[in-house]
Design a protein around this ligand. Structure first.
Ligand SMILES: Nc1ncnc2c1ncn2[C@@H]1O[C@H](COP(=O)(O)OP(=O)(O)O)[C@@H](O)[C@H]1O
Ligand SMILES: [Mg+2]
Length: 231
């Protein structure tokens, strides 16, 4: 589904990612973990075309997307839920969801599957986004990314600032999005237990480089934790 090869990423003159190679196979859930500041969000922004990537390749279903603009990548089927969610607090839940349709030129409607995945959203359609709890805002942000029917969903720290009771709801929603809607998923996380429990494959990042990767079924979480420790 997604293949990143020898990719470099820069903010201005500073190189955050020297040469990244990783892949997200079709149908899988893949996670990218690592401590604060190692370049996880920059990786996702690189996939979305939001930072400078002078070298390397990003193939989506075998097609190069590196020269494409952010909206073009979205239109090709990449749904992106940024860190911190970035929903519009002054808009209603319904209006926030409708913004997700812009990816397809505002066409189409919000599918019933969205409300099945996140029943709370249907209850709160007329409420302002800013009046939802953190967990509800996260569900809204994921729902907004799903309304345009992406084939790849990328999530940046979906559990950040969310109560433990809601984290389980997010985990089961992610699994249902993958299994029932058939959407391939890439998740960035720092909360290791959560993300290893939902993922098929993991990558550990440190200072812009992958230091460990493999299948989560074979994973030694202590070894991963050690790679994530400051050092
Ligand atoms: N907009 C930006 N401009 C310049 N440097 C940035 C910007 N955003 C992040 N960085 C730097 O890039 C590095 C990686 O950041 P980031 O990808 O956000 O890490 P992570 O998501 O793993 O916490 C950090 O050193 C951070 O300070
Ligand atoms: Mg980040």
């Amino acid at each position: 589904m997604l293949e990143i090869k020898n990719l470099s990423s820069y903010y201005g003159e500073s190189r955050i990612i020297p040469s990244l190679t990783m892949s997200v196979p079709k149908g899988e859930i893949v996670c990218l973990v690592g401590r604060n500041g190692v370049g996880k969000s920059t990786t996702l922004k690189s996939i979305m075309g939001m930072v400078k990537t002078p070298e390397g390749s990003i193939l989506l279903d075998g097609k190069e997307i590196i020269g494409k603009k952010t909206y073009e990548r979205a239109a090709l089927g990449i749904g992106y839920v940024p860190q911190g969610r970035e929903i519009f607090p002054q808009l209603t839940v319904a209006e926030n969801l409708e913004l997700g349709l812009q990816v397809n030129g505002g066409k189409g409607e919000i599918g019933e599957e969205i409300f099945e995945l996140f029943p709370i959203i249907k209850t709160f359609m007329n409420r302002k986004g800013g009046n939802l709890s953190g967990g509800q805002q996260q569900q809204l942000a994921i729902a907004r990314a799903l309304v345009s029917h992406p084939k790849l969903l990328i999530l940046d720290e979906p559990t950040e600032g969310i109560q433990p009771s809601i984290i389980e709801d997010i985990a089961s929603a992610i699994e249902r999005v993958n299994k029932e809607l058939g959407i391939t998923i890439l998740i960035v996380e720092q909360y290791l237990d959560f993300v290893l429990s939902v993922s098929d494959r993991y990558y550990v990042m440190d200072k812009g480089e992958i230091t460990l990767n493999g299948f989560t079924k074979d994973a030694d979480s202590q070894a991963i934790q050690a790679k994530m420790a400051i050092g």
